[in-house]
Design a protein around this ligand. Structure first.
Ligand SMILES: O=P(O)(O)OC[C@H]1O[C@H](OP(=O)(O)OP(=O)(O)O)[C@H](O)[C@@H]1O
Ligand SMILES: NC(=O)CC[C@H](N)C(=O)O
Ligand SMILES: [Mg+2]
Length: 488
């Protein structure tokens, strides 16, 4: 779940791309990159770490041009530490293409072999994004006859790419001399939103980004989400063309975007993330009431684990008629722990990030709400902190169902062993966490909550809860391979 943005403007885009990446920082903290297109030339800067530390003034000055794109990375293939895997990726032929990608390809072994054996293409990293770019380049090359490129040839290349590539991909590319191309996988697993505004002369300026908050902040109107399988081509002069390039497109957005990944002030595929989290809280409250009915405990306070659990916890408190309190103070200078690379860093960061205030815990039965429990890194530490702060009993509730299967579409949960819910009953997990009771949202409840009140999205990508993988052939052998080869 990286963050991507692409902009076609009538003025230099470097600052706008930078500002957009700052707004998408919650989607990736490993590395970042910006590329611009100025006439026939690309300019590119990539660096490890977060946006604020990555770019110097002289880097920004060199990023000239009115067309550009940017990326913040949360590695899901290859390594978070590998500088050469930072995005964007570049190929010199045909024309010169630069690409950024949010998602994860699942047929990387086949693509790697075909790109070498059939297409004679060299890959220099373990990144699946480099594969995606090379497939695009290869299919563009295969579709051109003369010197120049037209929109039908571009859309034809994306159609062939959809036939070859499996997994999830929301991608933005710059093609030298031709402008910006954006496309979304045929299941629309990862988000991509299109926005437009007009410059003072009435010329259209365009943005494509992972989340709608980028559009709002830049003064763009939200035109629509890019459809699953669709490709959008925008010329440097602001002409926009679009075409459905997939044979059987189907909208199945990732449930985890609504639960944790996206910012609450974004609207993805017509569903407000904030509203979805409030509704998750409503449904969770019903499920908590049912499960606590037979247990002799009077809950004194409901508390969120900041930040992502706040909207759900507020609703739980309101629906159950229990006081809402913030018992954990969050250090605003520590990033999101779940998307940090390596368990040791994640564990240490939870303690640096959150601290319990004893006044809210002493002698109380506390109901702690988090949006999700994945490895249990956060919840383990939190329960310990709550007890150390004097809590009489700790009830833990998760607004997402138990995560029991690896995520292969763009969230780095490659191994079943590391998932605290894998192979354990609720009681066993509660014991692992040290909680007195543990309540999980049901899969049915999660679906009902996220998709309520609209009929545009009728199914969610929820493989990490159910084991039903919707894109590509995901079998036991594949999951074993991911487990062996991917760092977590
Ligand atoms: O069970 P775990 O493996 O610990 O993963 C789940 C936790 O990680 C996330 O928080 P994070 O600190 O990343 O971000 P937040 O501030 O947005 O809640 C999420 O909100 C849970 O708190
Ligand atoms: N989270 C993502 O979207 C990551 C994109 C790509 N798979 C990478 O590892 O760089
Ligand atoms: Mg959290």
């Amino acid at each position: 779940m990286c963050g991507i943005v692409g902009i076609v403007s009538s003025e230099p885009v470097n600052q706008q791309v930078y500002d957009s990446l700052l707004l998408l920082q919650h989607r990736g903290q490993d590395s970042t990159g910006i590329a611009t297109l100025d006439g026939d030339f690309f300019h590119m800067v990539k660096a490890k770490g977060q946006v604020r530390e990555a770019y110097r003034t002289r880097d920004m000055r060199n990023l000239t041009g009115n067309v550009g794109l940017g990326h913040v990375r949360y590695a899901t293939r290859g390594s978070a530490a590998a500088e050469q895997e930072a995005q964007p990726f570049y190929v010199g032929a045909p024309y010169g293409i630069i690409l950024v990608h949010n998602g994860n390809l699942t047929n990387t072994r086949e693509l790697t072999a075909d790109l070498y054996n059939v297409d004679r293409r060299h890959l220099n990293t373990n990144s699946d994004t480099e594969l995606l770019l090379n497939v695009l380049a290869n299919e563009l090359q295969a579709g051109i006859s003369g010197l120049s490129l037209d929109k039908d040839q571009v859309f034809g290349a994306v159609s062939r790419l959809h036939e070859r590539v499996e997994g999830s991909y929301a991608a933005i590319a710059l093609i030298a001399g031709y402008g910006l191309l954006a496309f979304r996988d045929p299941n629309g697993i990862r988000p991509l939103v299109l926005g437009r505004r007009q410059d003072p002369q009435g010329q259209d300026e365009w943005v494509v980004a992972s989340e709608s908050l980028v559009l709002e902040s830049g003064g763009y109107e939200v035109v629509r989400d890019v459809e699953p399988g669709e490709a959008i081509l925008i010329s440097p002069e602001g002409w926009m063309y679009s075409q459905q390039c997939a044979k059987n497109p189907r909208l199945v957005p990732c449930a985890f975007e609504y639960i944790y990944l996206a910012r609450p002030d974004s609207v993805l595929d017509g569903i407000s993330v904030y509203d979805a989290r409030l509704r998750l809280g409503d449904v969770l409250a019903e499920e908590i009431a049912e499960q606590l009915a037979g247990i002799d405990v009077d809950v004194d306070v409901v508390m969120p684990i900041p930040d992502s659990a706040r909207p759900s916890a507020m609703q739980v408190a309101q629906k159950l008629g229990i006081e809402y309190r913030e018992g954990f103070f969050k250090n605003r200078y520590v990033g999101r722990t779940f998307i940090m690379p390596g368990q040791a860093v994640r564990k240490k960061s939870v303690r640096q990030k959150l601290n319990a205030m004893s006044v809210e815990f002493k002698g109380k039965n506390v109901l702690i709400v988090d949006d999700s429990i994945v490895r249990g890194t956060t919840s383990r530490e939190i329960v310990e902190m709550a007890r150390a702060a004097g809590a009489k009993s700790v009830i833990f509730a998760s607004a997402a169902p138990p995560v029991v299967f690896p995520h292969v579409y763009g969230i780095n949960m490659p191994s079943r062993k590391e998932l605290i819910a894998h192979g354990r009953s609720s009681e066993e997990i509660a014991a692992e966490l040290g909680a007195d009771h543990l309540i999980y949202m049901s899969v049915e409840g999660m679906n009902r909550a996220i998709m309520a009140g609209q009929d545009h999205v009728t199914e969610l990508e929820q493989s990490c809860f159910t084991g039903e993988y919707i894109a590509g052939d995901i079998d036991a052998e594949y999951l074993d391979w991911v487990e062996e080869t991917q760092e977590s």
